[in-house]
Design a protein around this ligand. Structure first.
Ligand code: M6R
Length: 368
């Protein structure tokens, strides 16, 4: 049931603090030690891993792209991220010491399942991240980490995405813990900060009215661009995907560093550009994106800036400023994605679309 909301999507967006909390539940022990025993891959096997390969489609692929930053940093392992339908038709170099992570909300996406089979034929260990108990993916994997988003009915993925992020953070931190990487202290600190994320997501949800008003004011636009750096880049891609599937608008997510290599030619008077700004603590990244905002604004873009609370450096260049709670860079997608979901949902509704059932799309793509 929709629980008083007009659409399942609105209900699922609102459920995100609870979904994030449930996905953390029982996995954080005393002193910030993680226990993920239910995932069924022994610690010894995890210590032998020398490479991680992530396979997924759509929004789950964006969770994978964010996982790469976390796994490289906290686990100190090389990590590749692949669209499952590309991976399965290539000849990837895998071995017994490769950990393949397959991410799928439904656990029924055909391309992701076929990618898992492809990986297992080459003896790689496969870990699934899945939201649906009893679906096919967990049966095909060596181990599984369930997300506890609860049933996601709307076609556009929202709460499943946030819980996939929690799952990949848990895995990256757990790998860091069992492998004893140089980031040992940071790993425990980060576990504590992860536990605070349900509250932070809740705070974001409380401040969404201006985002909805902005979305309604942009309902007649033909195109919106999204820019980000580091983990903000996959967030930009996710924001664009939401807008494509719900509002049927042309939308593209770019790495801000690519602007000068082509996309800046797209900027014209009043083109809305959403920019995801990293925390000020990541000075180099932060300052680079502030100059990107100046560059596009000088060319007429209408800048919609998502930045952490108290970041006044962006004020002179932001036509609209959306503030999110201050959190560490790697965890920031949990708070920066939410305004983009609300934005796409509201804009599509203003256009008169059914956001639960976008045209031409199915909730899970079980065919090839
Ligand atoms: O069930 P899955 O996570 O495997 O689904 C993957 C994609 O089909 C899915 O995320 C799709 O991109 C969503 N509709 C995006 O909102």
């Amino acid at each position: 049931e929709k629980g008083g909301y007009d659409y399942f999507m609105l209900k699922e967006i609102a459920e995100q603090p609870r979904a994030v909390a449930d996905t953390l539940l029982g996995r954080i022990g005393a002193g910030g030690r993680l226990s993920l025993d239910e995932m069924r891959i022994p610690d010894d096997a995890l210590r032998d891993i020398d490479k991680v390969v992530i396979v997924a489609c759509g929004t789950a692929y964006h969770a994978g792209l964010i996982a790469k930053y976390a796994i490289e940093h906290w686990a100190g392992l090389p990590c590749e991220v692949e669209l499952a339908h590309e991976f399965r038709y290539r000849d990837p170099i895998l071995s017994r010491s490769t950990l393949v992570i397959a991410i799928s909300q439904s656990g029924e996406t055909m391309d992701t399942l076929m990618a898992v089979r492809h990986a297992r034929e080459q003896r790689a260990r496969v870990l699934g991240i899945c939201n649906v108990n009893g679906s096919t993916l967990p049966r095909e994997c060596d181990g599984v980490l369930y997300t506890h988003a609860g049933p996601e009915i709307a076609v556009a993925s929202t709460k499943a995405f946030l819980t996939q992020l929690v799952a990949v953070y848990l895995i990256a931190l757990y790998l860091g813990q069992v492998r004893g990487t140089k980031w040992g202290d940071e790993v425990t600190d980060m576990v504590h900060l992860l536990a605070e994320m349900p509250d932070k997501v809740d705070k974001v949800l409380e401040t969404m009215e201006p985002v909805r008003a902005l979305a309604r004011s942009l309902a007649d636009q033909n195109c919106v661009l999204f820019l980000g750096r580091h983990v903000g880049f996959p967030v930009a891609m996710e924001g664009a995907l939401k807008l494509k599937e719900l509002a049927y608008m042309h939308a593209e997510g770019f790495a801000a560093g690519e602007l000068k290599h082509g996309p800046i030619a797209l900027i014209e008077q009043d083109l809305p550009v959403v920019v995801v700004v990293p925390p000020r603590a990541r000075e180099v990244l932060h300052d680079k994106i502030v100059s990107n905002i100046q560059e596009i604004r000088a060319r007429g873009a209408r800048t919609i800036v998502i930045a952490e609370e108290g970041d006044t450096s962006v004020l002179p260049y932001a036509d609209t400023l959306i503030s999110v709670p201050a959190v560490p860079t790697l965890l920031q997608p949990l708070v920066t994605t939410v305004p983009l979901q609300v934005f796409a949902c509201e804009l599509a509704t203003a256009k008169g679309h059914d956001v639960d059932q976008p045209r031409n799309l199915a909730k899970s793509v079980t065919v090839e």
